[in-house]
Write a protein that binds this ligand. Structure first.
Ligand code: MG
Length: 449
């Protein structure tokens, strides 16, 4: 009897200490996501003009990636992939949502926030959601405890939009959870107000000793550009540079909040962008550096993005990783770190970034399908990228397979200038077969628009 009681006590003690240990070791996760920031827009990615000291320092103290992809070259599908770990066509979000859209991310989808909330995390999103702005699609219905931000792009107002349907648009809503808190906010205040919200959440969660997940999705440097008085006119790259420099300041504030809250050693902070630069906007858009193309295109410049990860003590400082990674990897990576279950009954397309982040392992072979709307336009396997459709086809078109595919060796030719398809017929055949298999397997979800 006594033995049995002791055993029970011991068992209880073990369970309690295990639970405490679990709580202590669950890392905090911060995902910062810029909008329309190109591969070449940061100092640490070679921009000669724009000053980004905080992101440069974050990279110097952590790991900067050279082959990290956003899963789509446009806002909504890119965010669907980030949140679900899946190709966005699977949930039907293959194109951009507008204020007149009635669809969004459906209730059956599992987001990063759902997965982490399920294992005790405090969850918040600050900034741009863009996965549906009607009740059931809002972030507060997708695992986030709180929301503060504009639910779609900042150019979707009757005042700024260039859409022929802009008369149907309501004034730009700034939302607090599920309510419109303000209409047509002064956009030059957004980065500052978002940052205050984000750092407040970090401090409050740390005080409550609760593991937290913060998804900080900036409005900028998406057009129309704005910067606060402290940054406006200060960069050497016009208002675009001002907006990026303010965003960089914001990253510094987030890192400062993490440090001051005493959780720096237990917090993974990641930074990336939803798609490449809006280069046709000229001085109002960014640059993809040596990569070809821009936002809405499947050239590398439309989808290859800066990716910086910092976690003192876990990620060795000062690394540049050439590993392959993409935004669909964020959910599996976060779920693994948090000890959360991966979504049940769902095909996940991403993989855990842990080996690359924590062990510097670059052995994972790249395998990635580039979509324009619902059509696979190109595939990457290892160093090879094969275009199976004409690159000139616009995002919303459904181009047929081209008779003359383009093949590039991305490690030798990241700018996609030298087509080697004729010299490598075996590679063309192998990658074409990969596209066929992928297309046959992926079930396209009900279109959300
Ligand atoms: Mg974007």
């Amino acid at each position: 009897m006594l033995t049995a009681m002791l055993n029970r006590r011991e068992l209880l003690a073990t369970l309690v200490s295990g639970a405490l240990m679990g709580a202590e070791t669950k890392p905090n996760i911060v995902m910062i996501y810029a909008d329309d920031l190109g591969y070449g827009d940061l100092g640490c990615y070679g921009n000669p003009t724009i000053r980004t000291p905080h992101l440069d320092k974050m990279a110097a103290e952590g790991m900067r990636w050279t082959q990290f992809y956003s899963t789509s070259p446009l806002c909504s599908p890119s965010r669907a992939a980030l949140m679900t770990g899946r190709y966005p066509v699977r949930c039907g979000i293959s194109k951009v949502l507008f204020p007149y859209s009635t669809g969004g991310l459906k209730a059956g989808e599992t987001t990063v926030a759902d997965a982490l909330k399920g294992v005790g995390y405090a969850t918040a999103i600050v900034g741009k959601w863009h996965l549906g702005h009607k009740g059931e699609y809002l972030p507060t219905r997708h695992g986030f405890d709180s929301y503060f931000g504009i639910p779609y792009s900042n150019d979707m107002s009757p005042a700024t939009s260039r859409s022929p349907r802009k008369s149907e648009y309501p004034p730009t809503p700034l939302m607090r959870n599920e309510t419109v808190a303000e209409q047509e906010p002064d956009q030059s205040t957004l980065t500052g107000r978002y940052t205050e919200e984000a750092t407040g959440f970090i401090r409050a969660s740390a005080r409550a000793k609760k593991p937290f997940f913060l998804y900080f999705a900036h409005t900028f440097p998406h057009w129309p550009l704005a910067a606060s008085a402290k940054f406006k006119g200060k960069s050497k790259r016009g208002l675009f540079g001002d907006a990026v420099e303010e965003l960089d300041w914001s990253v510094g504030e987030v890192l400062r909040a993490v440090k001051e809250a005493g959780v720096e050693g237990n917090t993974l902070v990641m930074f990336s962008s939803d798609n490449g630069p809006a280069m046709p906007l000229r001085e109002e858009g960014g640059t993809a550096g040596q990569l070809s193309g821009w936002k809405s295109q499947n050239w590398e410049g439309g989808q290859r993005e800066p990716f910086i990860a910092r976690w003192p003590g876990r990620i060795k400082a000062g690394q540049v990783s050439h590993a392959f990674g993409c935004t669909m990897d964020i959910l599996p990576t976060c779920a693994k770190l948090a000890g959360a279950r991966a979504p049940v009954g769902r095909e996940l397309d991403g993989a855990d970034l842990g080996p690359a982040l924590f062990q510097g392992d670059e052995s994972r072979e790249a395998l990635f399908f580039y979509y324009g709307d619902v059509t696979v336009r190109a595939v990457r396997k290892g160093p090879w990228k094969l275009w199976v459709t004409d690159p000139k086809a616009g995002f919303a078109q459904k181009p047929a397979r081209t008779a003359t595919p383009l093949l590039f060796h991305l490690e030798h030719d990241p700018s996609e200038r030298f087509n080697v398809a004729e010299k490598q017929p075996e590679v063309v055949r192998e990658l074409t077969a990969l596209v066929d298999r992928h297309v046959a397997q992926v079930k396209i979800g009900e279109l959300q628009e």
